[in-house]
Write a protein that binds this ligand. Structure first.
Ligand SMILES: [Zn+2]
Length: 351
């Protein structure tokens, strides 16, 4: 849509621009056109976008400038009439349709001196060079419209969450990542939440420990899931904490799983797989009435992790990496096999 505004402003040769000028604008400036009920949805959107478009425009004023002095957003991306009000037009003695060229003489600015409101503009204009011709750019002088910068200018920007790189990373299994992402949002519908809203009568943990199912309990205070998680930590040669909970696991993940090293990548893959398979086992017990012992859940995790890790290549053959590879039952082909290539090729993933 911004592109259409740009096309009109730059008078692009297109049937749509010609039609718009003839049927919609009818000699009126885009900046002066008032929205009307009869306008199409497209044109209503275009008119609503004007302020955002104006914020991206860079006007280069020519000595015979034909842009509207009062209505074009040529000065600091804002029209003078919206900045100063319409009274200034009357005070200046210039017409409502005045062009910028009317305050330029011999390539110099000549603002009406008797209008106090224009004094500030006049001073600021001293720094605005006057060129040979009018030209308009997008975002940076001399550049045409760009979809990328247009998108950047309108999209809502948010600071990244600290856990983004441990949830969405190269080689992660998408369904595991999604389940892990839900955990960081505490969005799993655990039984304690369902009981609070009256959807279930009982919130007892489905792993038979007799305690209430909550996020912290499920990942990994519960003896069942804790035994699974402990095995995964053991495979990855990580110390097993005496007390586990979702909160402590999340802070461990933030501090101990980031990085490009293979063993750190394995920690991330191991954790995301554990969260996924424990949640899946919990669902199987509740909805399918099928229970699997912890060692089989570990087997499922090991299967997924090993299958993914087998796609790695050029992993440095260090004692830590070798122990991790052996613990998970990953094929040795992931290690550097050609000494000549060692150091010349980056550790990578064939994903
Ligand atoms: Zn439990």
């Amino acid at each position: 849509m911004m592109r259409l505004v740009w096309d009109i402003l730059t008078d692009r040769t297109s049937l749509w621009v010609r039609w718009s000028k003839a049927e919609i604008l009818k000699e009126c400036s885009l900046w002066r056109l008032e929205p009307m009920q009869s306008h199409s949805v497209t044109w209503k959107s275009i008119l609503n976008l004007r302020a955002q478009v104006a914020a991206n425009l860079v006007y280069s004023v020519g000595r015979n400038s034909s842009w509207s002095l009062w209505h074009d957003p040529w000065f600091q991306n804002c029209s003078l009439i919206s900045r100063l009000g319409s009274r200034v037009i009357y005070d200046s003695g210039l017409s409502r349709d005045a062009t910028i060229s009317e305050v330029i003489l011999d390539s110099a600015w000549i603002w009406p001196e008797h209008v106090g409101q224009l004094r500030e503009i006049s001073i600021a204009c001293a720094d605005i060079p006057i060129g040979q011709h009018d030209s308009i750019s997008w975002h940076v002088k001399g550049r045409p419209f760009s979809f990328k910068s247009a998108w950047e200018s309108i999209r809502a920007t948010h600071s990244g969450v600290p856990w983004a790189k441990i949830v969405w990373f190269k080689g992660v299994i998408p369904r595991h990542a999604f389940c892990f992402w839900l955990s960081f949002h505490k969005a799993h519908l655990t039984l304690d939440k369902l009981q609070n809203i009256g959807m279930v009568q009982c919130s007892q943990c489905s792993f038979g420990c007799g305690q209430q199912e909550s996020m912290n309990h499920l990942f990994f205070e519960c003896p069942f899931t804790k035994s699974v998680w402990s095995k995964v930590l053991e495979f990855n040669i990580c110390p097993i904490p005496t007390a586990c909970s979702w909160d402590s696991t999340a802070s461990w993940a933030l501090g101990r799983t980031k990085g490009r090293q293979f063993y750190r990548w394995m920690r991330r893959v191991g954790l995301t797989a554990t969260i996924y398979h424990c949640w899946r086992e919990r669902n199987n017990r509740i909805f399918k009435h099928v229970a699997t012992p912890p060692f089989q859940v570990v087997d499922r995790i090991a299967f997924d992790v090993a299958k993914k890790a087998a796609l790695c290549w050029n992993i440095p053959d260090t004692p830590t990496n070798r122990a991790v590879v052996e613990n998970w039952g990953i094929d040795e082909s992931v290690f550097i096999t050609d000494r000549l290539l060692a150091g010349s090729r980056e550790t990578g993933f064939r994903f």
